[in-house]
Design a protein around this ligand. Structure first.
Ligand code: KIV
Ligand code: NA
Length: 262
């Protein structure tokens, strides 16, 4: 049975964790979905790990569409989430154009970086049959505005703003959330507060699901972030074994541990 947004919502309501990994091509998409990983994200992190850029800012919609098509061909039943790239959500019109292209390329859900201002777009997209994942906290497309990759929601005002935005977008009809580099206690609070399942990265074990960039969890990043764990070390057989180990670690609540959180 293919994984849908209903599957993930049921997992949340039943208190069961779910796993997500990024993929950018058909071969890894097949391996990841066959390992039981619940969802695959075509992240604009492809700018970093595929293209060698130093941020996600240069990634285009055309490139996201191409990689989404590749991943969709290899997928064996995982939920496919595709990133709307830099400036894709600048206007409602551009948001709808990006969503159309990514859904027609094979995405089941599109992911938008931002905050409370995404509410209208989320409502319009939902009305048109497009589930949206709202990515909050450290939103890498805004690295230049943040002045670096930094943990978000650390002070009281920042924490309040994130929690309020989560409420607003949950009410607007967000299907999923990603929280990136948000303190553990705040991540847990947001996860408990919203109806939609929350996926963490550098967030909290209390999140409903977890995501990592595939190259990171295969130990291919020479300077991994704090929230990364190398699952090749506990693989029972190559790359496919590392995907299975990750899935099991997330399901059982063994990943992330304290050392992966802020
Ligand atoms: O682009 C990406 O891989 C992402 C995840 C890290 C959440 O947005
Ligand atoms: Na991304």
């Amino acid at each position: 049975m293919p994984v849908t947004i209903r599957t993930l919502k049921k997992r949340k309501d039943d208190g069961e964790k779910f796993s997500v990994l990024t993929a950018y091509d058909a071969t890894f998409s097949r391996l990841i979905s066959e390992a039981g990983v619940d969802a695959i994200l075509i992240g604009d992190s492809l700018g970093n790990v595929i293209q060698g850029q130093d941020s996600t800012v240069p990634v285009t919609l055309e490139q996201m569409v191409y990689h989404t098509e590749c991943v969709a061909r290899g997928n064996q039943g995982s939920l496919i989430i595709a990133d709307v790239p830099f400036m894709g959500a600048a206007t409602l019109e551009s948001t709808l154009d990006a969503a159309t292209a990514l859904m027609q390329a094979g995405a089941n859900v599109i992911k938008l970086e931002g905050g409370a201002w995404l509410a209208d777009a989320i409502t319009v997209l939902k009305r048109n049959g497009v589930p949206v994942c709202a990515h909050m906290g450290l939103t890498p497309q805004s690295v230049n505005a943040f002045g670096g990759y930094r943990v978000q929601g650390k002070d009281e005002a920042g924490a309040r703003e994130l929690l309020d935005a989560a409420y607003t977008l949950d009410r607007a009809g967000a299907a999923l959330f990603v929280l990136e580099c948000v303190p553990r206690t705040l991540s847990a609070e947001i996860t408990a507060a919203v109806e939609a399942p929350v996926i963490g990265i550098g967030a909290a074990p209390e999140c409903d699901g977890q995501v990592l960039v595939m190259h990171d969890m295969l130990g291919l990043n020479p300077r991994p972030a704090r929230f990364v764990k190398d699952f090749m070390a506990e693989s029972d057989g190559g790359v496919a074994g590392a995907f299975r180990a990750y899935h099991e670690a997330v399901k059982s609540g063994r990943f992330p541990a304290d050392e992966h959180c802020f």
